[in-house]
Every structure is written in structure tokens, then in C-alpha cells.
Design a protein around this ligand. Structure first.
Ligand code: 13P
Ligand code: 13P
Ligand code: MG
Ligand code: MG
Length: 367
């Protein structure tokens, strides 16, 4: 037991209702019930279970530290309990992020995601959980760069002495599993070389240089220790601490007022705008999208989760939603053409090997 508190956000797709659009309420209820029954015995202080699209998200607090087998194991068990319900209701891709025997044709999206931070709780500790569906971890690169390194988004970087010292970005190379730490503002151009390549590089964590503490964590890690095998990336979550030397809540939400294009959407194989939505609207339907982000905010009180507030459930984001829908309609006109359709090596589904093999003998040297 330490004085430090750990907030763990653990998410998975354990079955979609209907198709890939939502989590069935009975599944949410079962996962929540499991955490409520078993949590206190395993050291949980508090918990909150919600969903965005077909991804169920568990926010739990405890003093057991990061990567704790008991806490991660508890979430895994809760997902297994939810999967039993999903199987009974024959939901789509029941247990797809847990068990390889319910393969749904989507090879990249295997495995729960986790964003976790351990820190000493401040006298007031506002936190925000960002949750996206129909996209990948690199979707956080642009908004997190804006939040922590762009003074046009975050005036605190200019006018708050504690933010003025800048941040450390821990960036993961998803191809090699190697990590680099870059310091903003002085290495911001170097950081952007990698962060702009969203299919390959993703932000793992951001640290405040002035406070020497963690400010943000994203779900790029893998629960491979629990799964006992490689489990990859999927619809990501991010966890951020706010205020008093860290970006204000409004500075954290501000990048989402300008929708950016992300990879994902239909069959995980299309570029589309990331639309900020209230939880009630986190139900992607048009062409299984467009990709969505929801945000919930809590005040921590000795590890208790006071909240949530549904942060994009604000009319101030209506303009962003309208713009995202216009972008979505525009892109849809391109059908199966790039750049709406993703490049060949980024699509989650592809018939290319089969078609290429079948037609191999029909190619001839040109000219
Ligand atoms: P702090 O209390 O974190 O300094 O908040 C600054 C602010 O006014 C947010 O808009
Ligand atoms: P998910 O990654 O949210 O399960 O979506 C997969 C898909 O194929 C959507 O069309
Ligand atoms: Mg799904
Ligand atoms: Mg999903």
C-alpha cells in the first residue's frame, strides 16, 4: 500500500449490439455487477462502467500501483462474465477482444486496452477520460499535441508558469515496440515527425516537466501478461489530469472542437472525422460511424470518483458535430477510393492476397 492513487481505465469490445454499434445494456450491467461484487476484496476504492460504441470502458481506482495483476485480472474476469451474456444474446463478435475462438474477421483489434496513471492525489484532482470508437491509438496524437504543446489551443503554455516549462512526450513505435521520450517545446518539430505518422507512432504518456508528474496516459499498452499472448491495439482510451499546473479541462476538450480525420470507421479500413459526442450519441451507425469520441470528467476525492460529467454533452460542440457530419458525407462520396479507403497496408480487412493470387497469371510485363 502506498500513498499514491492509481486510476486504471480498462476497455474491451466483448460483443456489439447491433453489429458494431453499441454495448448491450445487460452486458454493461453484468460487467458492473462483477466489479461491484469482487472489487472491494481486490482493493478497488471506486469504479465506473460505461460504454462508447461497442466498447465497454471500466474506470477503477485503487492503491495497488500500475500493472497490478489483481486489478487487471479482475477487469479480465468482468469482461469474461460480460462475454457470457454477449454469447447468450448472440451479440456480434462476442468476446472478440478476449478469445481467439470468436474471431469476427478483424485481426488487428484483438485485446483489451488500458490507460493507467499513478500519482499523489492533489488537493483537487480533476480527471478526464477520453474514449473513442472506430479508430486507433494514433487518433490521440493530434489532440494531445494540441493540448500539451500548442499555445493556440492551450494558452496556459504561455501564461501559466508551471505549463510554460513544457512536457515530455513518451512515443511508442507500434511496429517495433520501442519508445522514445521527446521534450516540448524545444523538440516539438522532432516530435511532430513521429506524431504526424499516426498509423505507426502513438503517444503512450505525457509528463509535466515542472511538476515532474504524469499528466496523460493512453491505451497503447497491451494486457499481454494476462492474455498470455500478443494482443494488439484497438479503439483507444486516454486519461488526463487537469488544472493547477496542467491543462485546464477546457484546454483538454478544445482540440475536439475541430474534428480531425482518423483511421478506422467501416471495417477499420477508412479515414473519417472524429466526432465529439455526448454518451447518448456514442452509437456509431452511419457506415458504422463516423468515428466517435466521448469524454467523462471526475473529481477524485481520496480515490472516490465524483462524477461523471458528460463533457461533450454541451451545445458548444454542436458546431463540431455538424462539421464532422459534413466531412463524413463528403468522404463517403469517394467510396472504395483512397484516401477515404485506407492504404493497403493499413486496412483491417483485405481481399488483396486472394485476388492477387487468383489473378497472378494474368499480369504481363508492360510496354
Ligand atoms: P487553474 O485553476 O487550473 O489555474 O484554472 C485556470 C482556469 O481559469 C481555467 O480556465
Ligand atoms: P470495432 O473495431 O468497433 O469492433 O468495429 C469494427 C468494424 O468492422 C466496424 O465496421
Ligand atoms: Mg466491434
Ligand atoms: Mg469498437
Amino acid at each position: 500500500m502506498t500513498r499514491e492513487i492509481t486510476v486504471s481505465v480498462i476497455k474491451a469490445d466483448i460483443g456489439g449490439f447491433v453489429g458494431h454499434g453499441q454495448v448491450h445494456p445487460e452486458v454493461v450491467a453484468r460487467v458492473r455487477a462483477h466489479l461491484e461484487e469482487e472489487g472491494p476484496r481486490r482493493g478497488l476504492i471506486d469504479l465506473h462502467v460505461t460504454s462508447v460504441g461497442d466498447d465497454i470502458v471500466c474506470v477503477v481506482t485503487h492503491r495497488r500501483g500500475p500493472d497490478d495483476a489483481a486489478v487487471h485480472g479482475l477487469a479480465w474476469e468482468a469482461f469474461l462474465a460480460g462475454t457470457e451474456v454477449a454469447r447468450r444474446l448472440k451479440l456480434y463478435g462476442a468476446g472478440q477482444d478476449l478469445l481467439s475462438d470468436s474471431f469476427s474477421g478483424n485481426v488487428r483489434g484483438l485485446g483489451p486496452g488500458v490507460a493507467e496513471m499513478t500519482f499523489v492525489e492533489r488537493p483537487s484532482e480533476p480527471i478526464v477520460v477520453l474514449m473513442a470508437d472506430k479508430t486507433e491509438p494514433g487518433a490521440w496524437n493530434l489532440p494531445l499535441y494540441r493540448i500539451f504543446a500548442d499555445p493556440f489551443n492551450t494558452p496556459g503554455l504561455v501564461i501559466d508558469p508551471k505549463l510554460h516549462a513544457g512536457f515530455r512526450f513518451d512515443i511508442l513505435d507500434l511496429h517495433t515496440d520501442r519508445r522514445i521520450s521527446l521534450f516540448t517545446p524545444e523538440e516539438s518539430y522532432d516530435a511532430l515527425v513521429f506524431l504526424g505518422a499516426t498509423s505507426r507512432y502513438a503517444i503512450q504518456a505525457v509528463h509535466s516537466r515542472a511538476l515532474g508528474t504524469v499528466a496523460a496516459a493512453c491505451s497503447t499498452q497491451r494486457l499481454s501478461r494476462i492474455a498470455g499472448r500478443y494482443v494488439g491495439k484497438d479503439d483507444p482510451v486516454a486519461l488526463l489530469r487537469c488544472q493547477n499546473g496542467l491543462p485546464a479541462v477546457g484546454e483538454v476538450l478544445e482540440p475536439f472542437a475541430t474534428p480531425h480525420l482518423v483511421a478506422g470507421w467501416m471495417r477499420g479500413s477508412h479515414a473519417g472525422p472524429l466526432m465529439p459526442v455526448a454518451l447518448a450519441d456514442a452509437t456509431p451507425s452511419r457506415f458504422d460511424g463516423p468515428p466517435r469520441v466521448a469524454a467523462i470528467g471526475f473529481q477524485l476525492a481520496e480515490g472516490r470518483l465524483v462524477g461523471p460529467r458528460d463533457l461533450f454533452g454541451d451545445v458548444a460542440f454542436d458546431g463540431a458535430r455538424r462539421e464532422a457530419l459534413e466531412m463524413a458525407a463528403y468522404l463517403r462520396r469517394m467510396g472504395p477510393f483512397q484516401p477515404h479507403r485506407l492504404p493497403l497496408d493499413e486496412m483491417e480487412y483485405t481481399t488483396l492476397p486472394e485476388v492477387a493470387a487468383r489473378l497472378a497469371g494474368r499480369w504481363s510485363v508492360s510496354g
